[in-house]
Design a protein around this ligand. Structure first.
Ligand code: F3S
Length: 483
């Protein structure tokens, strides 16, 4: 099986999560030259994959439906595709390989998991596995991992594997307590609770948030960690200065269960240095940080230095990184002011002006006017954002649409005791914990037109939740909701 009709070749990266139909094996990615081709039994050669890290679970689904490819050839190793080997799909990474010895490792470590880390490490030029101080695991929603994911987790539980380091969990497909009010179908809710239960049996703490750094999983500068959830990865590398690659959900779980990760990529200091300079010719504000990140992610996957970023806060950086990882493969950005007249050389110089800002907004917007639903909290809303929203909602009420905010359940006592939650709910804003607009089944609940202030959410609401989308500032969305 080396050529002809059994070989699919493309120079374009693929998004396994939303660019492939796991039930038919068909490639569905818009503007992809392999669109319409079927993966079943084929050898596919691509440069690498893009998009969300939960894309790894697509391989389990493809395996279960009998539509899996025979082999994937990558021109560049990538953490989302590599776990395909755990499902029996062959993966070959072109280029130089190293060798990692497992001899000196603790005897009780699970051998099959170590083998996968070894393969992943050697394909990426690592020479050793290194200890991690924490893991953050994605692939939680039943919507994304399905029955194949449940089977995978059951298998790990049966083998009595347990997390060896602090391990937190990404959002689930529903609010674990108010799912009925959310309109989540019963079958979905049962499956979702089963998934959470399985993760807990593996020793994973069910934080169910994409902002683990706001709820206790906050590594020190320089710490090696293994995080999935692309938005948290960019934040960890760029803001916290911890070190993590953009792991797939499966790999971060394997790292949690072994306490180890291969030493390559963002774990090596030289790879973290900025190679592309982005000069800002426009002052970004609020949701525009997401538009900037989205645009950068489309231009380059290399570490960037953003020159001219001013008046930003933690939430702005959170949204910038989330969007950069959603539109491309951003893992780190630098934003601290450099010395004037410094001699730093960049491989590429890019300019982001008002034109690029407007173009990105237009690209992400399908309609204007009143949506069925307004969603905030991608990445999960922070306390600071709640304070801001409560202020904007003063003496206002949501009319003729639904208005959801998604956040971590860790905030529940603060929001209740401070009266913020009551105030927002009286104004017609519903606060949901444990989940988000992208991983909950909005389309099954009946929403069709959704507005958001998040560039990442805008992208995935279109592709994963079949929504018509429009993106705008928080202030304008409040205006739209209440007029
Ligand atoms: Fe978080 Fe869901 Fe957005 S996991 S980053 S709120 S898509």
């Amino acid at each position: 099986m080396t050529g002809g009709k059994n070989l699919l070749v493309s120079k374009k990266p693929i998004s396994w999560l939303d660019g492939v139909n796991p039930y038919t094996g068909e490639i569905t990615q818009e503007n992809h030259d392999l669109k319409g081709a079927n993966l079943k039994g084929k050898i596919i050669r691509i440069p690498y994959s893009i998009g969300s890290t939960v894309g790894s679970y697509t391989f389990l689904k493809l395996k279960m439906t009998g539509k899996a490819p025979y082999k994937i050839i990558l021109e560049k190793p990538d953490a989302i595709t590599m776990p395909a080997v755990l499902t029996g799909i062959k993966v070959e990474v072109l280029g130089k390989k190293t060798s990692i010895t497992l001899e000196n490792l603790e005897e009780t470590l699970p051998k099959p998991l170590l083998k996968y880390l070894k393969l992943d490490g050697e394909s990426n030029g690592a020479t050793k596995l290194i200890p991690i101080s924490s893991a953050h695991v994605s692939g939680v929603s039943y919507k994304t991992i399905g029955d194949a994911g449940i089977k995978f987790l059951e298998d790990l539980v049966e083998k009595k594997y347990r997390a060896r380091v602090l391990t937190t969990l990404n959002p689930a497909g529903m609010d674990l307590e108010r799912y009925r009010e959310q309109g989540v179908p019963v079958k979905f809710a049962e499956k979702q609770l089963e998934i959470i239960n399985l993760y807990m049996k593996l020793g994973v703490i069910p934080t169910c948030t994409c902002t683990p750094y706001l709820v206790g999983n906050c590594p020190l500068s320089g710490a090696n960690v293994s995080w999935a959830e692309s938005s948290a990865v960019v934040y960890a590398n760029s803001v916290l200065k911890a070190k993590t690659n953009q792991e797939g959900g499966i790999k971060s779980l394997v790292s949690a269960l072994t306490g180890l990760t291969p030493n390559y990529g963002m774990h090596i200091d030289i790879n973290r240095k900025p190679r592309v300079k982005v000069t800002l010719k426009v002052k970004t504000k609020g949701y525009e940080f997401g538009l900037l990140g989205f645009w950068i992610g489309k231009q380059t996957s290399k570490p960037v230095y953003i020159d001219g970023l001013v008046n930003f806060n933690q939430d702005d950086l959170k949204c910038l990184g989330a969007a950069g990882a959603a539109s491309g493969k951003m893992e780190i950005f630098h934003y601290e002011r450099r010395e004037k007249g410094g001699k730093e050389k960049f491989e590429e110089n890019l300019v982001f002006s008002g034109h690029e800002l407007m173009e990105t907004k237009e690209e992400l917007s399908d309609f204007s006017g009143k949506p069925d639903l307004i969603v905030l909290g991608c990445p999960h809303f922070s306390l600071k954002q709640f304070l801001h929203l409560a202020k904007l909602m003063e003496n206002r009420r949501v009319k003729k649409c639904d208005f959801h905010v998604y956040t971590s359940r860790a905030y529940e006592p603060y929001l209740k005791r401070s009266g913020l939650k009551g105030k927002l709910e009286r104004a017609g804003v519903k606060v949901f914990y444990d989940t988000c607009m992208v991983v909950s089944p909005l389309e099954e609940i009946g929403y069709r037109e959704t507005a958001t202030d998040s560039a990442k959410a805008a992208k995935y609401l279109k592709t994963l939740s079949k929504q018509e989308v429009f993106i705008d500032s928080l202030e304008n969305l409040v205006e739209t909701a209440t007029k």
